[in-house]
Design a protein around this ligand. Structure first.
Ligand SMILES: NC(=O)c1ccc[n+]([C@@H]2O[C@H](COP(=O)([O-])OP(=O)(O)OC[C@H]3O[C@@H](n4cnc5c(N)ncnc54)[C@H](OP(=O)(O)O)[C@@H]3O)[C@@H](O)[C@H]2O)c1
Length: 233
């Protein structure tokens, strides 16, 4: 049974078949929010979600496919992530160009809010993770584009920069949030990242925020909304 929320707009989830994306879908459904997923492999999405979501098949390289997918959606949450150094699943194609295409098509078609999973250390060009196809630099470029496009004309964005991602149920950890990319290490469950992004749909203090997040301690949480209170930008 879903929890109560006034938010009823349809949400497109990109990267829904990924480990974080699946949690985004689960938490949206938990709140009774209609979900459309954008996936390059229909059968994979179908085997995960069945009839609980609407499935749009397409490529992140195609503006036309994305335009069809975002039509009629109030919000988009992207959990896309690259998995190869070169080619169509590389950081350049997915984390930067794919996400930028998704941002632009969303803005053109009236999407109001855009949430994204980025990464801790995204501003640090000298970070060793950049040896993987410049992944942090590409994510930073996509972040910059999102801040530019979605902070105007009635639109909003939320950028979550998690530490290392782990698996497990949401709401099991007290979190530590920060701004300015000052953290160097830490872990967080994908499910909590998903929850923060879902909350950003209706929590006013989450709008137009970019922040880092990691676990502070194992401690049952009643909700994560209050973490947005401490972000002053
Ligand atoms: N791993 C970490 O510790 C860590 C830390 C900080 C931030 N992050 C970031 O967090 C995000 C989520 O991570 P995750 O581990 O949940 O990711 P994941 O399981 O690898 O999922 C990535 C998603 O992106 C999709 N994707 C990849 N290439 C694509 C392409 N060419 N076209 C369309 N879709 C494509 C995948 O689709 P398919 O299912 O079709 O492959 C999948 O749905 C990523 O952006 C990652 O960089 C990760």
């Amino acid at each position: 049974m879903g929890a109560a929320t006034a938010y009823k707009g349809k949400v497109l989830v990109a990267g829904a078949t990924g480990k974080t994306g699946q949690w985004v879908v689960k938490r949206l459904l938990h709140y009774g929010i209609p979900v459309r997923v954008f996936s390059r492999v229909r059968d994979k999405a179908w085997s995960m979600f069945g009839e609980s979501v609407e499935i749009m098949t397409g490529k992140i390289q195609s503006a036309a496919d994305i335009a069809d997918a975002v039509k009629g959606c109030e919000a988009v949450i992207s959990a896309l992530g690259s998995s190869a150094v070169t080619g169509e699943s590389s950081p350049g194609d997915v984390d930067r160009d794919g996400v930028i295409r998704l941002i632009d098509e969303s803005a053109k078609r009236g999407v109001k809010h855009f949430g994204i999973v980025s990464s801790m250390a995204v501003t640090k060009w000298y970070h060793p993770l950049n040896l993987f196809g410049g992944v942090l630099l590409k994510k930073w470029e996509a972040e910059e584009h999102l801040r530019k496009v979605f902070s105007r004309e009635g639109r909003s964005y939320t950028i979550v920069r998690p530490g290392g991602l782990t698996d497990g149920e949401p709401l099991r950890h007290k979190l530590h949030v920060d701004i300015g990319d000052r953290l160097w290490s830490g872990w967080i469950n994908r499910s909590d990242v998903a929850e923060l992004l879902v909350l950003s749909l209706w929590v006013e203090k989450a709008k137009n925020k970019t922040f880092e997040v990691i676990n502070e301690a194992e401690e049952e949480q009643l909700g994560l909304e209050h973490y947005y209170d401490s972000l002053n930008q």
